[in-house]
Design a protein around this ligand. Structure first.
Ligand SMILES: *[C@@H]1O[C@H](CO)[C@@H](O)[C@H](O)[C@H]1NC(C)=O
Ligand SMILES: *[C@@H]1O[C@H](CO)[C@@H](O)[C@H](O)[C@H]1NC(C)=O
Ligand SMILES: *[C@@H]1O[C@H](CO)[C@@H](O)[C@H](O)[C@H]1NC(C)=O
Ligand SMILES: *[C@@H]1O[C@H](CO)[C@@H](O)[C@H](O)[C@H]1NC(C)=O
Ligand SMILES: *[C@@H]1O[C@H](CO)[C@@H](O)[C@H](O)[C@H]1NC(C)=O
Ligand SMILES: *[C@@H]1O[C@H](CO)[C@@H](O)[C@H](O)[C@H]1NC(C)=O
Ligand SMILES: *[C@@H]1O[C@H](CO)[C@@H](O)[C@H](O)[C@H]1NC(C)=O
Ligand SMILES: *[C@@H]1O[C@H](CO)[C@@H](O)[C@H](O)[C@H]1NC(C)=O
Length: 596
């Protein structure tokens, strides 16, 4: 017995030693050879014949006992696809596309029935919660679909999906953070705990140093005045009494808490203590478990173990984590979270040659501080920051100059992977912009404008929260991020509008990364110039029909006319455009090439 325990300990120790020399499963020390890390996201194989990826989800997670007399709904997604994504099943479309006859049931009892078109996105079927007894455990909701082609007397083709439906007892104290699965937005009451309605929250707030910074309670007032709505204190916290004082001060001024268990999330005793100590805080927005668990190759079930434990103890707040690797066991780590963040740090580091370890960085080797990040294309001088150390002359291939499109691609590939897994409704993506530098891989800090570009590119590719690493941050970044935070009330209503989310278009014009969210009569245009030279974009380039334009946010030089807009180098803008006719068809959308 003693011996076997001892060998387990030795084995665990060896694993720690091996882990210390890898990042994202790759060797990074020049003394070690390249290894294939494995764990790549399985690219679905193509299908010649159409497949139906029939999926369902509750519109809100969780519902509460107090919600039972208000209408609830189930969301149906019914994409017809030509690749073997999770749970996609062959469909014979017949000569003319028909609707799906969808039945929602619980334990064999029908709750709702509706005809749903093919290729529907978040199609809402209302149902009543009245007959459902609130309980801590989730219900297993069944969604069945029948498809009958015209002129066929044959039995209809059938499809089935299931989803967890939470109808929880009202909490005895503390807050509830719900998720709107139509958009991925979090819904919460004001952080003050003084009541109020649930509202969609776009969390913006830094990972924040605790000792010697946040423990000065005036800093919390200052952050509130600067327009941030959330604080993510970074453990360890030397003094838990003081930590609770900080959290209470945050509540007093109306700041949400993102609670980080990075060092302890694999210790169930510790997680239990922490969750029980904080779950009743009115300003608790969400939990945070693994901090780059993929980088350190934490056990593949670690995030799910923590997730299940947190849900068994609380269940009223979602769980988040950040992944640093571009493509390393993404499915396993993401299985254990509601919100998956990415932290693509590409400013001031050499993304193709490691200045820390003196090796190249490839899919099989090296750590450059930005996993599998690509350099700007050879010859692209417009994308080179002004103070670059590159030798004069044309920019070579693999120059090491990081490109903001790494952030775009990370966001877009996370979105695609959610689609492939059938997780698009149940999980959301947030972004972690770089707000640090001057050490390790990163020889300089981003400027304030560069910070804004990173954040907008993240949002354009699906992020619904911005949590920069880290505060204290340079004044330039604090000023720029504060201005951006204060402009969010004009921006986020589009990101929380299911119709606008469905109509999102993504474009690249020159070096400008653009997304549009259209409600029909109004379009939000979020644009970030990833180049260091001026760029003009015409409304026509992005299918927008501009009658009147309001600039609701600007960073750097921004100009707009009836024809379009101009951004200075690493400038960014948010525009609300009124139109007198529907937007151009989505056929004009130009999507990114994916690196995955
Ligand atoms: C849909 O299916 C239900 C249950 O099988 C059936 O009662 C109903 O008539 C069908 N609706 C249509 C429009 O076919
Ligand atoms: C559904 O979408 C697919 C791919 O986007 C398209 O090829 C197909 O024509 C659409 N089918 C229907 C019935 O709308
Ligand atoms: C939910 O029910 C379906 C059958 O309708 C079943 O296939 C699935 O495994 C169940 N899910 C859970 C989590 O029990
Ligand atoms: C506490 O923070 C405030 C606001 O940033 C600052 O003005 C003050 O100097 C800080 N006090 C200490 C003791 O650091
Ligand atoms: C922890 O913080 C509290 C409140 O500021 C203080 O009273 C206490 O002395 C601190 N404890 C330690 C061990 O420093
Ligand atoms: C796990 O957490 C408990 C409670 O904080 C602590 O006593 C214990 O030492 C921790 N275990 C490990 C292995 O760190
Ligand atoms: C380049 O250097 C100048 C002068 O030191 C500085 O003002 C500017 O912010 C730097 N630009 C970038 C992108 O770092
Ligand atoms: C990255 O490192 C390589 C190899 O030392 C060097 O040739 C290149 O200029 C560096 N790029 C940057 C942006 O510093």
């Amino acid at each position: 017995m003693l011996k076997s325990w001892f060998s387990v300990l030795v084995a665990a120790h060896l694993i720690t030693l091996i882990r210390a020399d890898t990042w994202c499963g790759k060797n990074y020390k020049s003394s070690l050879p390249p290894v294939t890390p494995g764990g790549n996201f399985p690219i679905p194989s193509q299908s010649k014949d159409p497949l139906l990826a029939f999926r369902c989800a509750p519109a809100i997670r969780p519902y509460l006992a107090e919600d039972v007399s208000t209408p609830a709904s189930v969301l149906i997604d019914s994409p017809v696809v030509y690749s073997q994504i999770t749970d996609a099943k062959a469909i014979d479309l017949g000569s003319a596309p028909q609707k799906l006859n969808v039945t929602i049931s619980l334990n064999g009892k029908t709750l709702a029935n509706a005809m749903v078109p093919l290729n529907a996105t978040a199609y809402e079927i209302p149902f009543s919660l009245l007959s459902i007894q609130p309980q801590a455990a989730s219900y297993n909701l069944t969604c069945d679909a029948a498809y009958t082609t015209t002129g066929h007397s044959a039995a209809p083709q059938t499809f089935s999906a299931s989803t967890a439906l939470y109808v929880l007892p009202n909490p005895s104290s503390g807050s509830v953070t719900k998720m709107d699965l139509r958009t991925g937005a979090l819904l919460a009451k004001p952080a003050t705990g003084n009541g109020g309605d649930y509202e969609a929250v776009f969390p913006i707030g830094f990972y924040t140093q605790f000792d010697g910074y946040l423990t000065n309670l005036s800093v919390i007032d200052e952050l509130k005045d600067q327009g941030f709505n959330m604080i993510h204190p970074v453990p360890t916290f030397s003094n838990m009494t003081l930590f609770e004082q900080v959290v209470d001060k945050m509540q007093e001024v109306g700041m949400y808490l993102m609670y980080d268990m990075r060092w302890t999330y694999m210790n169930s005793t510790s997680v239990t203590e922490q969750v029980n100590a904080l779950k009743n805080k009115p300003n608790l927005l969400l939990w945070y478990t693994g901090d780059e668990p993929d980088g350190t190759s934490d056990p593949l079930d670690a995030t799910t173990e923590a997730y299940d434990l947190i849900y068994s103890l609380d269940g009223y707040h979602p769980v988040s984590l950040v992944l640093n690797c571009q493509d390393y066991y993404w499915v396993d780590y993401t299985a254990g979270t509601d919100i998956v963040m990415h932290d693509v740090y590409m400013i001031g580091n050499n993304v193709s040659y490691s200045n820390q370890w003196n090796t190249v960085c490839t899919p099989d080797y090296g750590d450059c501080g930005c996993d599998n990040c690509v350099s700007i294309p050879a010859g692209d001088t417009a994308a080179v920051p002004p103070n670059s150390t590159l030798p004069p002359g044309p920019v070579p291939a693999n120059s090491g100059v990081g490109t903001y499109f790494n952030i775009a691609n990370r966001g877009s590939s996370f979105e695609s992977r959610l689609d492939v897994m059938g997780w698009r409704r149940s999980k959301a993506i947030w972004t972690v912009p770089q707000a640090f530098g001057g050490g390790e891989y990163w020889v300089r800090v981003p400027t304030g404008q560069e910070w804004v570009v990173q954040s907008i590119v993240g949002i354009n590719h699906g992020a619904l929260g911005v949590v920069p690493w880290s505060d204290p941050t340079p004044a330039d970044i604090k000023t720029a991020s504060s201005a951006f935070a204060k402009s969010l009330p004009n921006i986020t209503p589009f990101l929380f509008n299911p119709q606008a989310v469905h109509n999102r278009g993504n474009y690249v014009v020159g070096g400008v990364d653009i997304a549009t969210w259209s409600t029909g009569s109004q379009t939000l245009v979020l644009a970030a110039n990833t180049n260091y030279v001026d760029q003009t974009v015409s409304w026509m380039d992005i299918g927008v029909n501009g009658l009147t334009t309001t600039v609701v946010f600007q960073s750097g030089n921004v100009g707009s006319t009836s024809d379009g807009f101009t951004l200075g180098g690493v400038g960014a803008g948010a525009f609300v455009v009124q139109s007198n006719q529907p937007m151009a068809s989505s056929a004009t959308k130009r999507q990114y090439i994916m690196y995955v």
